[in-house]
Design a protein around this ligand. Structure first.
Ligand code: FCB
Length: 448
């Protein structure tokens, strides 16, 4: 196979999130987050795991940055824990919390690694949840207050900002299915939450521009390509509708200033009539510098009159695919098709893959190596498709591998390992996996 070369200046990164790695859940004045509360409530997380210690990154960030340097990362995407900065969500700032992120950021810069900050990766201060959380419109102002404090202290040294990580997952898993914090199960609430999160994004972008910050800002959506299970018109229509609900519900407000009609219609049939103030949509659709998205898999959809939504995931066909340890199908062409769709339908935006990677059960060989060949295969195949899209004219600027290290995988606890660095959660020992060494070569050669 001929060599795959990425464009000069392509951003090679890796990503994590505060609650998944930091630990130190109640140190140095940090307030309780909804994930602390949720994981401390029995029955929510596999094996009763929680993020109290996680990878203990709060105390071991120096060692972790050395590992990043060893791998040769050009950029590191991490998130800030809001309740570390504002234990009550609003009001009194906790300087010690802010200082941690200053130390982290400065050390990254000293090592030539570009920090990319996600402002919200799901750990809302519990105190704000007590006031209604994201359902409460005031939370959008508390969010911008928190962001302002961060911009004031890190705005002039951090080149890349992401307001939110995966608003759909917060809305759907956190407020409709109830399997993520805060564990609410209500469709209307989930739709209001989704809107308020987008609104808080818009308000923050506005603030960012007003503060004249010389950096880039965007948002990270979770997106996958939706395929009809067959060429039958009803399957095609089902796949289109399901993508409107899962993808365009976020993309259209951001890029077109409106919600997709077919999805509005769909909710109307469920008895939920939604209308949002035009001013909100103006705020939400302010230009962003890049669209980031997380992509792991693809969805195959079938028309299904027996399901109340009229469609369902085509489970029967999934056996034909290889899957990761999450049960997610491996279909790298889905990344290519998604990149082409975003490019075509949303005006050729600058794109960043803010997460891509795979969970597999790792085994440590007798020589002590972690020979995660399946992960390498996965990464190679997805990167090949990303490269193909760039060749076809897509403005893809960077790639963040999920994840730098094994960590707390939300409701699955520590049972799913996504890292290119192995973490022994008993001893906190880190060990670079074969995939980490492979990625090091990719970065060094700007391809493979
Ligand atoms: C994404 C999340 C990230 C991680 C990966 C596997 O949905 O953004 O925190 O859990 O999935």
């Amino acid at each position: 196979m001929s060599k795959i070369n990425f464009p000069k200046d392509f951003i090679w990164g890796s990503a994590t999130a505060a609650y998944q790695i930091e630990g130190a859940y109640n140190e140095d004045g940090k307030g309780e987050s909804i994930w602390d509360r949720f994981s401390h409530t029995p029955g929510n997380i596999e094996n009763g795991h929680n993020g109290d210690i996680a990878c203990d990154h709060y105390h071991r960030y120096e060692e972790d940055i050395k590992i990043m340097k060893e791998i040769g990362l050009k950029s590191y995407r991490f998130s800030i824990s809001w309740p570390r900065i504002f234990p009550e969500g609003t009001g009194q700032l906790n300087q010690k919390g802010l200082d941690f992120y200053k130390r982290l950021t400065n050390m990254l810069l000293e090592n030539g690694i570009m920090p990319a900050i996600t402002l919200y990766h799901w750990d809302l201060p519990q105190k704000l949840q007590d006031k209604g959380g994201w359902k409460n419109r005031d939370t959008t102002d508390y969010f911008t207050e928190y962001c302002e404090a961060i911009f004031k202290s890190l705005g002039d040294i951090v080149p890349m900002w992401i307001t939110h990580n995966e608003p759909r997952v917060v809305a759907l898993l956190g407020h409709f299915l109830g399997i993520h914090a805060p564990g609410i199960k209500d469709l209307r609430t989930s739709l209001e939450v989704s809107h308020n999160i987008l609104l808080s994004h818009g308000k923050t972008v506005k603030l960012f521009r007003e503060m004249n910050i010389d950096a880039q800002i965007g948002i990270a959506l979770n997106l996958s390509h939706h395929y009809p299970v067959s060429e039958k018109p009803e399957d095609i229509a089902a796949a289109e509708l399901s993508f409107s609900i899962a993808g365009r519900w976020y993309l259209d407000p951001l890029f077109k200033g409106c919600y997709p009609e077919d999805a509005l219609e769909y909710y109307k049939k469920k008895g939920i009539e939604l209308s949002f103030p035009q001013d909100d949509l103006k705020l939400i659709s302010q230009p962003i510098d890049f669209l980031a998205f997380n992509n792991y898999s693809s969805d195959i959809i079938q028309y299904d009159p027996s399901d109340e939504s009229g469609f369902s995931f085509a489970e029967s066909i999934l056996d034909k695919f290889e899957k990761t340890d999450m049960g997610w199908i491996i279909y790298p062409e889905g990344l290519y098709d998604l990149l082409m769709l975003l490019d075509r339908d949303y005006g050729k935006p600058n794109l960043i893959i803010s997460e891509n990677g795979a969970a597999f059960k790792d085994e440590i060989s007798s020589s002590g190596r972690i020979e995660d060949t399946k992960r390498i295969q996965y990464l190679k195949s997805y990167l090949t498709q990303a490269h193909r899209a760039i060749q076809d004219g897509v403005n893809l600027k960077g790639y963040y591998l999920w994840s730098l290290m094994d960590n707390f995988e939300w409701s699955f606890g520590y049972n799913k390992r996504f890292g290119i660095v192995h973490v022994n959660f008993e001893t906190q020992e880190r060990k670079i996996k074969d995939s980490g060494y492979w990625y090091k070569e990719v970065i060094k050669n700007n391809g493979f």
